[in-house]
Design a protein. Sequence first.
Length: 166
Amino acid sequence: MLSIRTILLNGVLDEAGAESAGAQLRMLEELDPEAPVRLCVSSPGGDLAAGLGLAAAVRDAGCPIWTLCMGQARGVALLVAASGTPGRRHALPHTYLSLELRPPAGVDAAAPPGLRDLVVGELAGRCGRAVDDVTEDVAAGRVLTPEEGVAYGLVDRVVTSAGEIR
């Protein structure tokens, strides 16, 4: 997938997966800082610290990052997807976007104090909403359709296939 400048983020987001995706991103950016990288996200979320680090790498990349949510983008994985280049954040029609930050089954729930608030603040910044509003939606475990995700500001467009984001 790297030969076509595509990174896949599938399954539970853990430290190893975030480090691998971040390293791939840095490598592709170094090879061609002008060409876009496609980041495909299908994840139930996971480790808040790992996801926050990957989201920062995506946000701060020197090359355009086009994101595509497929299947599910939950919690910190949704933050990673929302950190793509504004105007280039996409979702497939049957994807669900969940603001819930509870870790998936089998993931250690212990997180440093304040990390959850930091993730919520970053989500609010990506979608242009007040932190208090996003905090309420996270607490409620709000789940959005792709169209609702566009209205919320987490994605920019619903596409019917990955080929549409070229």
